[in-house]
Design a protein around this ligand. Structure first.
Ligand code: Z5A
Length: 209
């Protein structure tokens, strides 16, 4: 449908999404594919404001339902104003998180109902989906210890480990049922992880592009 393709990187905090994205960038550059990067929540001026609101701690309790809808408000702005226009003109898009994050964090972590998630997704996104998702799988305590040396924790990072365990379980459950999601073991050392990503990308590219 689009001449560009949409590749998404997903995973818990500290799973190594940022360095996985660099591997994808060099792969696309070697293969002569122009690309842009996006992040969620965020990626447009309005969506970045929503990101700040949803991530920063505030005195007012943010309900899980409002959190979910802010993620979708940000996502639909990004899809409509940035992702689709680029895919249409043949530019590839590398997404740092997308809809699977809502399924995992709000569905698994926050335990919102599958019905709510499905209804919202269908209403807001229709049949728009990434072409490929690389899910960087890591045990929460390992990811958190990698990431938490970086300073003050934001609102979601302050959740306890059981929140991230539920989130991971939902990621794994969905990845098992969807063959556009490839699970990468993110607990290995960086060079092994990067080689695995590259192998998966090469195979996918050969079959789908
Ligand atoms: N969220 C949500 O709830 N619902 C939604 O729908 C969406 C998002 C879209 C913001 O995401 C928050 O929003 C996030 C989910 C929620 N909250 N949490 N938690 P974000 O993507 O902006 O934030 P993040 O997940 O916290 O990103 P991160 O910590 O930057 O993760 P990362 O990119 O995977 O980490 P990294 O910078 O690549 O790696 C972390 C450190 O580990 C770094 O020092 C690396 O050098 C090191 N590292 C990486 N790989 C390795 C290996 N293999 N070995 C050793 N060390 C490594």
């Amino acid at each position: 449908m689009y001449s560009g393709k949409f590749i998404v990187v997903e995973g818990l905090e500290g799973a190594g999404k940022s360095s996985a994205i660099k591997v994808i960038e060099s792969f696309l550059t070697r293969n002569g594919k122009p690309f842009i990067n996006t992040r969620e929540p965020g990626g447009t001026p309005l969506a970045e404001k929503l990101r700040e609101l949803v991530i920063q701690t505030s005195e007012e309790f943010l309900t899980s339902e409002a959190e979910l809808m802010m993620m979708y408000a940000s996502r639909v702005q990004l899809i409509h104003n940035v992702i689709k226009p680029h895919l249409e003109k043949g530019t590839w898009v590398i997404g740092d998180r997308h809809d699977l994050s809502s399924q995992a964090y709000q569905g698994g972590g926050r335990q919102l109902s599958t019905q709510l998630l499905q209804t919202l997704r269908a209403a807001v996104l229709g049949d728009f989906r990434p072409d490929l998702t690389l899910y960087m799988d890591i045990e929460p305590s390992i990811g958190l210890s990698r990431a938490r040396g970086r300073g003050e924790l934001d609102r979601i990072e302050q959740e306890d480990v059981s929140f991230f365990e539920r989130t991971r379980a939902r990621y794994l459950e969905i990845a098992k049922q969807d063959d556009s999601i490839i699970t990468i073991n993110a607990e290995h050392d960086m060079s092994t992880v990067h080689q695995n990503i590259l192998n998966q990308l090469e195979q996918w590219f050969e079959h789908k592009c």
